[in-house]
Design a protein around this ligand. Structure first.
Ligand SMILES: O=P(O)(O)OC[C@H]1O[C@@H](O)[C@H](O)[C@@H](O)[C@@H]1O
Length: 294
């Protein structure tokens, strides 16, 4: 759909406007409490700014905007698999949702909130990646908080498995001093060391490359930064991924750049490991995250 038609059909006066940017359209959203920006390519939220505060989301200044490449930052939708494909390493890392063009399904303003729904359906292209019929919907609600829900519906006659993550990049002042609360005593898979471990310290802190999948985690996590605390809630997820590439890996990531890793931390609401979801025909699964600052 062209920009003019998008705005005619789905624009909301003073609250939601589409603009062409890079290789896609972006929805610019304004509410009494916040502003947000959502890329139609990837169904990726790229900005959430509560009134009077800094952006809670980080987007790399080196990010590449081009068809087939994932935008480095915001909330990439990793789906229908998390990280490498379970059996075929030639398939794209973190699935194909974040490198797909989604369709706008609806927009609305309800009280102080603005909601945009984006959809992705199975077709000949997606069958190469996931040989089942599906309907995925990403609903983004912007208000005092940012709420993002990814619903996968199985419209096939056979069950299929989904692993996923709402891979949120948070904007922080310094990875060396930031702390995460809410994961104390939780078991995790350390994907850097390849071991299982337990979170002994009350706070998670960062002293190098960190890549962990905390298990059985349904509680809110607080990101405690120098002058703000960001709360990250979740829904339909028992895995919380914590990721920062550290200096060495960051220096090899052209779309991140050498220094930017210091300004970001990922806290992801995920389905992975023993929380991979089997979706039966005619049923659906919803994975969500809620973000706000205090
Ligand atoms: O570079 P990508 O494909 O966006 O992935 C970034 C990271 O995403 C994290 O969620 C994974 O735990 C890491 O292992 C991975 O490196």
């Amino acid at each position: 759909m062209r920009l003019k038609e998008l705005n005619e059909q789905y624009g909301i006066d003073g609250a939601l406007e589409f603009q062409s940017e890079q290789h896609t359209e972006m929805a610019y959203i304004k509410t009494a409490y916040s502003t947000a920006k959502v890329s139609i390519y990837g169904a990726q939220v790229l900005s959430f700014i509560p009134k009077g505060k800094d952006d809670l989301l980080f987007v790399s200044s080196q990010s590449v905007y081009k068809e087939g490449k994932a935008i480095r930052g915001g909330i990439p939708v990793c789906w229908p698999w998390f990280n490498a494909h379970p059996t075929d390493s030639t398939k794209p890392s973190h699935g194909f949702a974040r490198i797909s063009r989604w369709e706008v399904l609806s927009t609305k303003k309800e009280g102080d909130e603005v909601v945009i729904s984006l959809g992705l359906k199975s077709d000949d292209r997606t069958k190469d990646f996931l040989p089942y019929d599906f309907e995925a919907v990403l609903e983004v609600t912007v208000g005092k908080r940012l709420n993002v829900e990814l619903t996968t519906k199985n419209v096939d006659s056979k069950p299929f498995d989904v692993s996923a993550a709402l891979h949120t990049y948070f904007n922080i002042s310094d990875i060396a001093t930031v702390k995460l609360r809410g994961l104390h005593k939780m078991a995790y898979k350390d994907d850097v060391l390849g071991i299982d471990a337990l979170q002994e310290d009350e706070m998670v802190t960062f002293s190098g490359r960190t890549d962990r999948r905390y298990k059985e985690t349904e509680a809110e996590v607080s990101i405690i930064d120098a002058n703000k605390t960001i709360k990250v809630g979740k829904k339909g997820s028992k895995i919380t991924v914590v990721w920062n590439p550290g200096a060495e890996l960051a220096s090899q990531m052209a779309d991140l750049g050498k220094e930017n890793y210091k300004k970001m931390v990922c806290v992801e609401s995920a389905n992975s490991l023993n929380d991979t979801i089997t979706i039966q025909p005619g049923t659906s699964h919803c994975l969500g995250t809620t973000i706000y600052s205090v």
